[in-house]
Ligand binder design. Structure first.
Ligand code: SF4
Length: 699
């Protein structure tokens, strides 16, 4: 029955203009239907072009309609989640006719992605530029979700200059806690309206951060962000380990102090707002304002021991678990365990300040109870209780800095001074315990396998080797659409060990010359991917002038702006770092060449990297073979995956790392690229695949 409904929906999809029959999409939908009926978690590698969003949404919707279940669809970024919400989901629902249109669905973003109406209409709104405030008040009743991506185009249409909107979102975003039900805007509040709708929705679209924060809150016995659900679809699943590491990371820095003080002030604003409308006990407000000042002074004094001059920028390990890892030579070199007492003192002092702040607030409320009406008192109590969980999480997180659980804590220097952090060494066991044990899931991405196997990914995310998997074949004709250019053996020197190595300048010059030759042949239209900012800037500086091409370098503007300019300008070149290796989409002629300057091997420099390598050695594994190399293969696949996005795309991949010829892993890396790509050792031959205009003349 389920299969029949799915096939009918796929027939309707294929009958639409601009769509065509895709056997691999049908294969994927049938596989997901099988898993849904058997309640089995599974991983799917669906190469670009399969139509994986619809291939997954169609069986999920059919299952919800048949069984009345609840499903959460998660992807990596807000942008991708909105794409599901505005494009893929409406189309998928349409395929189920009336039943699809009636299905309750909801987009769920993190709290700070929604505008707070109280901050716009309340006392804080008065601090905004009057013209801007007028536009915001005009926007509130028109907004559907009340999120930033709705506001930005509205303000642009109103002709509001960019400068005026800078920092605006920080001033109007929903705070981490508020007086909730006691707020006069509660009924129309964007965030709480979404939460109410989400509670009754059967299909939720969200991002990994929300799913992981929800699981973390539930693991700590707190109320989650999502009500219980029956199935989880994880798209862009290759990014899940990274998302889990950041969700489980705890950080203390001067920015955290600002956040503590900002939230304490926000609590004080919320209390003031809660008291409005009736006689206000000013003595209480003054006392709370004073407590915020005391907290601010206390926090700054508490972290004074971390204002040390000798913290290196790459950081030093302060504590590690399991403690046996401290015996590892590289951990010892990267450690300053003598800083642990200072860290303990900081943690204890900060926790003391937080405890004092909260107990003093409660004491003041009690003291001024008789000066408040029952309504005022309840509203104030609600605000205080709502903030309590934010402060409690912070309090508990601080413990991790001195007592990491299966993790590492460290201190590093930053432009703002210092940063103390704690991160788990692995996220797999946490995901297994707190995510996969709750409900079955489907995890999918265009790149989940290494050397044709899912094992590395399964291990990273804590799924057993017996997990069901499906690896779909490539959809595009890579032999016809693509060419691989490898400079001949000996044409380029091997990469230097660091940007400061003696052979680095000669290497950058050689890469820049090679790159200029490539860019002339492709007339720009290239995404050049680097692994370090220092290297990217050195190559840019060594590049001969190419006045015909517009060169953009990551960091010259917001990534979204650079991406847009690159898509629109077909004679441009974009130099990018990590964020452009994955998820960047520029279909068509504008991206006709992807250059990988070097194989993206992780160099264990930062404390979490050093600790992760030490853990593998402790277990008797070779960190290069079991971590660094598979990760590099995966990243190369993702970088190369930027090139061919449509059936009519054509492009050249250039791999400039000389080690591809000289090291045994070179062949393995090439074997992980899409099959049958013709390899050339002359760029003039490789660009024949493009059928573009002739190359640029040498300047
Ligand atoms: S309920 Fe909270 S988030 Fe919503 S408008 Fe009121 S204060 Fe803002």
């Amino acid at each position: 029955m389920l299969d029949h409904v799915i096939n009918e929906a796929l027939n309707r999809l294929e009958a639409r203009e601009g769509f065509e029959a895709r056997p691999v999409q049908r294969q994927m939908a049938a596989f997901i239907a099988e898993c849904l009926q058997a309640g089995q978690t599974a991983c799917i590698e669906a190469p670009t072009g399969v139509g994986k969003s619809l291939g997954a949404l169609i069986p999920l919707i059919a299952w919800i309609l048949a069984m009345g279940n609840r499903v959460v669809v998660s992807t990596y970024t807000n942008v991708l989640a909105e794409q599901y919400w505005r494009k893929d989901l409406p189309l998928a629902l349409e395929l189920f006719g009336e039943a699809g249109r009636e299905l309750k669905t909801q987009l769920v973003m993190g709290r700070s992605r929604y505008a707070c109406i109280d901050r716009i209409y309340g006392r804080e709104g008065n601090a905004l530029e009057p013209a801007l405030l007028r536009f915001l008040k005009e926007w509130v009743p028109l907004a559907q979700e009340g999120i930033e991506s709705e506001l930005a185009p509205f303000l642009r249409r109103k002709g509001v200059p960019e400068g005026l909107t800078r920092d605006l979102w920080r001033q109007i975003a929903t705070p981490p806690a508020c007086r909730a039900r006691a707020c006069p805007h509660y009924a129309s509040c964007f965030y709480y309206r979404q939460r109410r709708a989400a509670a009754s929705a059967q299909l939720l679209i969200t991002n990994h951060s929300v799913v992981l924060t929800d699981a973390l809150l539930k693991a700590n016995g707190a109320e989650g962000l999502l009500d219980e659900y029956d199935w989880l679809l994880v798209d862009e699943a290759h990014d899940l380990p990274e998302a889990a590491r950041s969700a489980l990371e705890f950080e203390l820095s001067p920015e955290t102090l600002e956040e503590i003080i900002r939230n304490a002030s926000s609590l004080s604003h919320q209390i003031a707002n809660a008291l409005e409308g009736e006689q206000r006990p000013d003595a209480l407000l003054n006392a709370i304002a004073e407590l915020v000042q005391i907290l601010a002074r206390g926090c700054h004094a508490a972290v004074a021991p971390l204002n040390m001059a000798d913290i290196p920028s790459e950081g030093r390990i302060v504590a590690i678990a399991p403690p046996d890892l401290m015996a590892d030579e590289s951990v010892q070199k990267a450690s300053r365990t003598d800083w642990l007492p200072a860290m303990q003192a900081v943690v204890e002092s900060l926790q003391g300040e937080l405890r004092r702040f909260y107990s003093e607030i409660k004491r003041e409320l009690k003291h001024h109870r008789l000066q408040m009406s029952d309504r005022q008192y309840e509203a104030v109590r609600e605000a205080v209780n709502q903030y309590a969980s934010w402060f409690r999480n912070l309090y508990m997180g601080l413990n991790l800095l001195v007592n990491p659980v299966e993790g590492v804590s460290w201190v590093e220097a930053t432009p703002m001074g210092w940063r103390a952090c704690c991160q788990p060494l692995e996220v797999g066991s946490w995901l297994a315990e707190h995510l996969w044990s709750r409900q079955p899931a489907t995890l999918m991405s265009a790149t989940l396998t290494i050397d044709g196997s899912f094992d590395f990914f399964l291990r990273q995310v804590g799924l057993s080797e017996g997990t069901r998997t499906l690896r779909l074949p490539p959809v595009f004709d890579y032999a016809r659409q693509c060419a691989l250019y490898l400079p001949p053996r000996g044409a380029l020197p091997p990469p230097p060990r660091s940007a400061h190595a003696h052979d680095a300048p000669a290497y950058y010059r050689a890469i820049a010359e090679q790159l200029a030759e490539i860019l002339r042949a492709t007339r720009g239209r290239a995404l050049v991917l680097f692994t370090s900012r220092a290297e990217m800037e050195a190559v840019r500086d060594a590049l001969p002038p190419m006045p015909q091409l517009r060169l953009m370098v990551q960091g010259d503007g917001a990534n979204a702006d650079l991406s847009q300019r690159f898509r629109e300008d077909t004679e441009s070149v974009l130099f990018g770092l990590r964020s452009f290796w994955t998820g960047f989409d520029a279909p068509g002629e504008t991206l006709s060449c992807v250059v990988l300057v070097r194989i993206p091997f992780e160099v264990p420099v930062s404390p979490p990297q050093v600790a992760r390598h030490a853990l593998l050695r402790w277990r008797g594994e070779d960190p290069f073979e079991s971590w660094t190399l598979p990760l590099a293969k995966q990243q190369v696949r993702q970088g190369v995956g930027r090139l061919i996005r449509r059936a009519d795309d054509r492009g050249v991949i250039c791999l400039l790392d000389a080690r591809i010829h000289t090291r045994p892993y070179g062949k393995q890396i090439l074997a992980n690229l899409p099959p049958d790509i013709p390899i050339h050792s002359r760029i003039e031959d490789a660009v024949q695949v493009l059928n573009h205009a002739p190359p640029l003349d040498k300047a």
